[in-house]
Ligand binder design. Structure first.
Ligand SMILES: *Cc1c(COP(=O)(O)O)cnc(C)c1O
Length: 393
């Protein structure tokens, strides 16, 4: 269910994460909700743009493929990273200029390539010879980035295990691309999401700089683009490294690239994560073995799916105040025993209808939610959609 409803035009900027506004939104739109604050999307975009000057930011739709986020990024002058036909269709429907989009799935069917081409997307990613050959029929109209893998066994999500060509094998792949008459515009990588520090990005930039230079020497193609992927971290309850500081070594490494190299990045989590909260309601409660169990209308099969797939832990709180606190469990609505959001919390005594708020829930949450047991996905409400509403953010 694409249950997104537009919030009515807001008279002015509100902070939708403040308790009184959360209550008002639930009164108006029901529960569960995913509340997207476009002012926070803008603020995240701008702080990453400041931290990486000269780098074109392609918002990766995957963590939160929602029109409000896409339109906000477009208004900021941003670019987009698409991976599937559904994502291509979503940005097309919103009238996004295809020249601002790249298609970055390393493994594609012919129909995926044709759908993206039909929409006007011209730059694609490949990481092996099979994928190169799929572009032979389209070589006149397409450019390619070759994805290089940099293993990050420590990363929460090590994307280089599944995709990418070993750096040592890259020159051979680039030579093959030239033999096939393909245009290689450059290299890309993704060091893994929620990077603990900038070391992997740094290693990847330095290796790619060497590989770009080698490919230019061999005249294997333009090799004038470097795509440094995503992975920029956010805080979940505890503080993440400040993004300007996280990017400082990257800025230094990127400054050593030849001027003709266009640098792009594909942030997803960093843009979307802090920009949304999940709001769920208590459906019922029971006291079991000295703990209060609260059964919510959202859980691990819904917006909290990121606690399984994305290995995240969202900071949760009850909107009800109260001095006295009791050991409590927050459970999802389904009849599955795994569907427990948090245990050993100290919460005030809650009642049916009380609201539970999960913070930093924009990325890899609602996007991966299911409707298991016929509990509907959260309704998405987006507020502060226009910069004029944004009260100086
Ligand atoms: C998921 C993904 C991203 C976004 O990564 P984040 O870590 O969320 O920034 C970017 N590029 C590609 C190719 C991806 O698959």
């Amino acid at each position: 269910m694409q249950a997104s409803r537009r919030a009515r035009p807001q008279p002015r900027w509100i902070d939708p994460f403040a308790p009184e506004h959360i209550r008002r939104l639930v009164a108006e739109f029901g529960s569960p909700l995913l509340v997207i604050d476009c002012a926070r999307v803008r603020a995240q975009y701008r702080s990453l743009a400041r931290a990486l000057p000269g780098v074109d930011l392609h918002y990766a739709l995957k963590p939160l493929p929602h029109a409000a986020v896409i339109e906000t990024i477009r208004e900021e002058g941003g670019f987009f990273d698409l991976a599937t036909t559904g994502e291509v269709q979503l940005v097309s429907r919103l009238g996004v200029d295809a020249a601002r989009c790249i298609h970055t799935h390393p493994i594609k069917r012919d129909i995926d390539i044709r759908n993206a081409l039909h929409a006007g997307v011209r730059l694609f990613v490949a990481d092996n010879v099979d994928e190169l050959e799929k572009f032979i029929p389209y070589r006149a109209e397409t450019g390619l980035l070759l994805r290089v893998s940099f293993r990050a066994p420590g990363a929460v999500c090590d994307l280089s295990r599944k995709f990418g060509c070993d750096p040592e094998a890259l020159p051979g792949l680039a030579r093959r691309a030239r033999e096939l008459g393909l245009t290689v515009r450059g290299l890309s990588f993704h060091v893994g999401s929620q990077a603990p520090n900038a070391l992997k990005h740094l290693e990847a930039i330095e290796t790619c700089q060497r590989l770009l230079a080698q490919a230019r020497r061999e005249r294997l193609g333009p090799f004038d683009t470097l795509d440094i992927g995503g992975g920029f971290p956010i805080g979940y309850g505890q503080r993440a490294p400040e993004i300007g500081r996280f990017c400082a070594p990257l800025r230094k490494a990127l400054a050593k690239l030849p001027r003709r190299v266009r640098v792009i990045a594909e942030p997803g989590r960093f843009i979307a994560g802090p920009a949304a909260i999940g709001v769920a309601s208590v459906m019922g409660r029971a006291e079991r073995e000295g703990h209060w169990w609260y059964y919510l209308d959202d859980g691990l099969y819904g917006s909290y799916s990121g606690q399984i797939y994305d290995h995240a832990r969202y900071p949760v709180e009850a909107l009800r105040g109260g001095e006295e606190r009791f050991p409590s469990v927050l459970a999802g609505p389904t009849c599955d025993s795994i569907d427990v959001i948090a245990e050993n919390l100290m919460l005030p005594r809650l009642r049916p209808g009380d609201l539970i708020v999960g913070r930093s829930m924009g990325a890899y949450t609602w996007a991966s939610a299911s409707e298991f047991n016929f509990f509907p996905r959260a309704t998405v409400v987006a507020v502060n959609r226009h910069p004029g509403d944004a009260g100086g953010v």
